[in-house]
Write a protein that binds this ligand. Structure first.
Ligand code: ADP
Length: 241
């Protein structure tokens, strides 16, 4: 399904494939000290799909998410996002794509401490050119959808860990991203709260027909994803739990 895009140089999203990694390699260092973290990684994420990424610490999960999120350039390989080949784009274009197409959720929320929940969710929309009124309206709707509509005026420090993460998810979804990348979003939460936060995230993905990669150590959550993958020797492989 094509949909209007707010990115100046693209009028419509092109495909149902939101993310396609082809033969992605990432090497840190050189010579004898070189570490080949990704070594021919292939991955496809479709619209509406939630992919869980489980792998031991150090396997390259964060590296993979950073590359998918255009926060890092791979040593080699293609990273296509919503039909856009990103490898050769200039930094400015990558920043625009990131702003409009990608939402990122970190293990620690990284909310701005001096701003309210609502302001934290509105801010990325203002940066993307949305009006204050429209932005606030959408933020309220998102916080409502996340079950924290009664917490909009609270600052992060006045919220529980689970509430903070739900604000962080609302913020990641603020600009209607096609792709949401979540790096251990429930890593510091108790099991019941993890469950609530994951359900809220999943609901949002389905509603917006976005796609999602969620890196997690939590096998119960991973089982709720549409698909589970892991990283073995720098390549992506299907996994079962
Ligand atoms: P995970 O998220 O699965 O724990 P990471 O992607 O953080 O794994 O790291 C994978 C490997 O790459 C680790 O051995 C780590 O030390 C190394 N690494 C990650 N980023 C860098 C970097 N910027 N420079 C050098 N080595 C790095």
């Amino acid at each position: 399904g094509a949909r209007p895009s707010t990115i100046p140089w693209r009028r419509y999203a092109m495909s149902d494939v939101l993310l396609e990694l082809k033969d992605v390699r990432q090497t840190y260092g050189d010579g004898e000290g070189a570490v080949h973290v990704l070594n021919g990684a292939d991955l496809t994420v479709n619209r509406g799909e939630i992919v869980a990424l489980i792998a031991p610490s150090g396997a390259g999960k964060s590296t993979l998410l950073h590359i998918c999120g255009l926060l890092e350039r791979p040593t080699a390989g293609d990273v296509d996002i919503d039909g856009e080949r990103t490898a050769k784009l200039a930094d400015r274009q990558r920043t625009l794509l990131r702003r409009h197409l990608i939402g990122y959720v970190y293990q620690f929320h990284h909310l701005l401490p001096e701003f309210s929940a609502l302001e934290n969710v509105t801010m990325p929309q203002l940066i993307a050119g949305e009006s204050q009124r429209e932005g606030d309206q959408r933020s309220k709707a998102l916080l409502d959808a996340m079950g924290i509509g009664h917490r909009t005026t609270h600052r992060p420090a006045e919220l529980s860990g689970g509430e903070q993460q739900r604000v962080a998810i609302a913020r990641a979804a603020a600009n209607r991203p096609s792709l949401i990348l979540a790096d251990e979003p429930t890593g510091n939460l108790d099991p019941a709260t993890s469950d609530t936060v994951f359900s809220a995230l999943a609901e949002l993905i389905r509603q917006q027909n976005a796609g999602c990669i969620i890196a997690t150590h939590n096998h119960d959550l991973a089982r709720k994803a549409d698909r589970i993958v892991t990283i073995v020797e720098g390549r992506i492989q299907p996994a079962t739990l």
